[in-house]
Design a protein around this ligand. Structure first.
Ligand code: PEP
Ligand code: MG
Length: 579
């Protein structure tokens, strides 16, 4: 009897991890409204919460000081002062009385307003305090919501165990401490999983019962160690000696494979019969550009820029964005870097852009749809892209384009950005403009606007979500979620035909492109550019080099009439195995 317990989840980011675990949780409090007569009581609740947050911060400051960290102690003391700051608290109190917001909504909004005011100041020291105000306002909101405070979410090296992780939390937890990620919820196409792959952190998601099992169900003691294999979805609590040895063996084989992958990076991704496929990388920060190039990426097919906008009090400035984009562009020499305009909403909320509650955020004011209310955000970003174009080849694409009207909106925003740059005398270069194809209507109506854009990229994560009505973050829908569904393939085939007719370049940048079996299907359907998390490049390159494009095309045509995603997967898995 070893005491080992096994759970099964969904493989989300390759790699093996074994070690201590930490339950990481930082729920974002949800604000609401109050009835008119409740305002005085709500005001009192807010004042009590502000006092409690300040007390807790003072205690934390003393504790940190006693441990010999005077600098950190000073930061927490300054935060305690902010939690009592009359300007912040009285603004929130006024919102409770005048707008009928509850304490949570009022303090979060007051914090965001104060932070935006600070960030706009020319005084760099004051502007740098903006994130602190947001932080403190959220702390008070967590007290109001009864959400326990975690002094330090991940103090040492551990496997992160959580119900789910927001993209911002995944992006900001100390990477050097994250041995792996195991989530009860989530799916491989949720943004936490995408980030894990980008950072090379092994991850398993959709593990039912994980947290209860770790805590020790039915009076058992909590697990001392957690292990996971992010390629198979296996999760093991307190692995036996034999299991631990097996997992460690897998980890060292992976390390060997990685050095082999780097050796193969210069090989082209051409099929046996000479059809060349361009492999590109998906990145979320400029720092990922150089490692992606080392693995053989011939450019960036998707630079998810929203991660620059997370965990801060105000949007990044034009210069800040231009510098970040130029860094990625320079890392790729003359190869193109495709910058995607801000895609927020859905599972990517942003603190300083409070959005009204939506019953269906994935069907709501997300991504480019926000440009009607906040054109400034997109104009700034487009100006930054044109400035980055001085460093190399830049492509810019708009997310969540639905039809010709949205494509025209992109062109119009770009025209305005260019006019502004010219008027201000700011040096800039040309960019190619394109759209993401992730809403079925954008493909069904493609012939109406493809002629006006230079390129299009299939975002198969959302395309699958919207075509099959499968929430991309819901693990209980796993059996419905496979981008190889014939309905999705038909849309992809239509996109290829429209692109050929209009002479528009077409790529795929959804997670599907990084799955070797699905990548073969895409080549079979006529796609010639695939963009993926850098870690997937070697396996996809090997699959393509082993395949015959003629055979893939025949299977691609046949797959359109297959009865299920499983049948399509089996069809291309056979070809992949034969390579
Ligand atoms: C997609 O939807 O396929 C995509 C690439 O965009 P994101 O995953 O960032 O929504
Ligand atoms: Mg998308």
């Amino acid at each position: 009897m070893t005491g080992e317990r096994r759970l099964a989840g969904v493989a989300a980011a390759p790699g093996v991890a074994r070690g201590p675990w930490a339950h990481v949780r930082r729920d974002r409090p949800v604000g609401g409204r109050i009835a008119a007569g409740d305002a005085p009581a709500e005001e009192q609740r807010l004042r009590d919460a502000s006092n409690a947050a300040a007390d807790a911060l003072m205690a934390l400051s003393e504790q940190v000081e006693a441990a010999g960290h005077a600098d950190e102690a000073a930061i927490f003391m300054a935060h305690a002062t902010l939690a009592w700051d009359p300007a912040l608290i009285e603004t929130a109190v006024a919102r409770i009385h005048e707008r009928g917001e509850d304490g949570i909504a009022a303090i979060v909004a007051a914090g965001a307003d104060a932070a935006a005011g600070l960030a706009a100041l020319d005084d760099e020291l004051l502007a740098a305090r903006a994130p602190d105000v947001v932080d403190v306002a959220e702390r008070i909101a967590r007290v109001l919501a009864g959400i326990p405070e975690e002094a330090d979410l991940l103090p040492g090296r551990a496997i992160v165990a959580a119900e789910d992780l927001s993209p911002s939390l995944t992006a900001t937890l100390p990477r050097e401490h994250m041995l792996g990620i195991a989530l009860e919820a989530g799916s491989p196409t949720a943004h936490a999983a995408i980030l894990a792959r980008a950072y090379g952190i092994p991850a398993v998601v959709g593990v039912p019962g994980l947290l209860a099992a770790l805590a020790g169900p039915g009076g058992e003691s909590p697990a001392a160690e957690l292990a996971l294999d992010g390629s198979t979805g296996e999760v093991v609590l307190d692995p036996s000696g034999a299991t631990a040895a097996d997992l460690d063996g897998r980890a060292s084989r992976l390390a060997e494979a990685r050095s082999h992958d780097l050796e193969e990076a210069s090989l082209s991704a051409a099929t046996r019969d000479g059809v060349e496929v361009t492999l590109l990388a998906n990145i979320g920060t400029p720092a990922e550009a150089a490692p992606a190039r080392a693995l053989g990426a011939r450019g960036v097919g998707l630079f998810r820029t929203e991660f620059l906008f997370l965990e801060r009090a105000a949007p990044p400035t034009e210069s800040e964005q231009a510098a970040a984009y130029a860094e990625a562009v320079s890392a790729f020499g003359g190869d193109p870097v495709t910058i995607r305009l801000l895609d927020i909403g859905g599972d990517k909320p942003i603190p300083y852009l409070p959005m009204p509650h939506e019953d269906n955020p994935f069907l709501g004011v997300r991504a480019l749809r926000l440009a009607l209310d906040r054109p400034d955000l997109f104009l700034t970003q487009l100006r930054a892209c044109h400035r980055a174009a001085l460093s190399g080849r830049v492509k810019v694409m708009a997310p969540m384009v639905a039809d010709a009207g949205d494509a025209a909106l992109l062109l119009d925003l770009d025209r305005q950005a260019l006019e502004g740059l010219a008027l201000d005398g700011v040096a800039h270069g040309p960019v190619e403009l394109g759209v993401m194809l992730e809403i079925p209507s954008a493909i069904l109506a493609a012939d109406a606007y493809f002629g006006s854009i230079a390129f299009a990229s299939l975002g198969t994560n959302d395309l699958t979500q919207y075509t099959l009505a499968v929430d991309r973050g819901n693990p209980s829908l796993e059996r419905y979620r496979d981008a190889l569904h014939p309905a999705v393939l038909r849309l992809i085939a239509m996109a290829v035909e429209s692109a050929d007719r209009a002479g528009t370049a077409l790529s795929v940048c959804g997670e599907m492109a990084g799955d070797p079996v699905a990548a073969l299907a895409l080549v079979g359907l006529g796609v010639r550019q695939l963009s993926m998390g850098a870690a997937s490049l070697p396996a996809v390159r090997r699959a393509i080099r082993g395949a015959h494009a003629g055979a893939l095309a025949a299977e691609g045509r046949a797959a359109l009439s297959d009865p299920s995603a499983a049948a399509v997967r089996a069809r291309f898995a056979r070809l992949a195995a034969a390579c």
